[in-house]
Design a protein around this ligand. Structure first.
Ligand code: SAM
Length: 279
């Protein structure tokens, strides 16, 4: 047992927390597993943790038991608040809960660096937040690492390498500014109720500065255009980017006949610089 609080099945029964589809609720009830996810986030001692979607608090308890200095949890479903208040009482001064939509709340004023983000989120919200956390106005961002549950197919897109089907915008956006790896695979039965697909936890550590120089907006545009028509040769897919795209591709070390899927991050950054310099 990781703490003296009741087992999660009892918490769910006591507070009548039947999972609702509308909130994307698939709960983790095994506290050994939630402690493992918390450990996958690295050493939490001395860090504040932002947790989005704590639900009945299984992962929250894992984070607190493994030593997070403080946890700030944002939960949309008000039914979960009494269960979370019990955890707050068991860990005085270490858990703060905000009721609301994580997509509409700026948590920054509530957190003190170093900050780690650890969450088991509904999948659609997770991808949207990942994109926001990876594309702030300023780099480095407010967080040091992200440890997030995704549906396995999305996790594979995040860590994908050139030449694979999963490789695309998500992998490049993350690889430009961070190091990402899958640290845990979970079958549907790990959740209550079980979702239709398998899941995986991705651990992302930020770099202090992007891996290769490039203007973020130009790089995003180049990558988006290249992968929007991923089956086309780049000279065709990127035609609208620059009147002499063929030359820019060549000076960036990219064969104009190559396809987006074959091009690595370094070459995309070189192309983004060439596009910017030749505007
Ligand atoms: N972390 C808990 C666990 O591992 O058992 C719950 C996981 S469940 C997949 C997702 C949680 O996110 C639910 O508690 C749900 O109510 C909450 N949620 C859904 N959308 C949200 C949003 N936009 N902002 C904050 N919380 C949200």
């Amino acid at each position: 047992m990781i703490d003296d609080l009741p087992p999660l099945r009892e918490v769910i029964r006591n507070h009548d927390l039947r999972a609702k589809k509308s909130f994307g609720q698939n709960f983790l009830l095994d506290l050994n597993l939630t402690a493992r996810i918390a450990r996958a986030a690295g050493d939490l001692a001395g860090s504040d943790v932002l947790e989005v979607g704590p639900g009945p608090g299984g992962l929250t308890r894992g984070l607190l038991a493994t030593g997070a200095r403080r946890v700030l949890a944002i939960e949309k479903d008000a039914r979960c608040l009494p269960a979370l208040a019990e955890i707050e009482a068991a860990y005085p001064g270490r858990l703060a809960v905000i009721e609301g939509d994580a997509l509409a709340i700026d948590p920054l004023g509530h957190l003190t660096p170093p900050i780690k983000i650890v969450s088991n989120l509904p999948y659609n919200v997770g991808t949207e937040l990942l994109i926001r956390w990876m594309t702030p106005a300023q780099w480095p961002p407010f967080w040091d690492s992200l440890t997030l549950m995704f549906q396995r197919e999305v996790a594979e897109r995040i860590v994908a390498k050139p030449g694979s089907k999963a490789y695309g915008r998500l992998a490049l956006m993350v690889a430009w500014r961070a190091e990402a790896k899958i640290v845990l695979h979970l079958p549907p039965e790990a959740f209550t109720p079980p979702p239709k697909v398998s899941s995986a936890v991705v651990h992302i550590t930020r770099l202090e500065t992007p891996r290769y120089p490039a203007d973020a907006k130009v790089l995003e545009r180049v990558i988006a255009m290249a992968f929007n028509q991923r089956r086309k040769m780049l000279r065709a897919a990127l035609k609208g980017l620059h009147p002499d795209i063929e030359t820019l591709l060549q000076t960036s070390g990219i064969a104009p006949t190559a396809r987006a899927e074959e091009i690595g991050l370094e070459q995309f950054c070189a192309l983004a610089r060439a596009v910017k310099d030749n505007r």
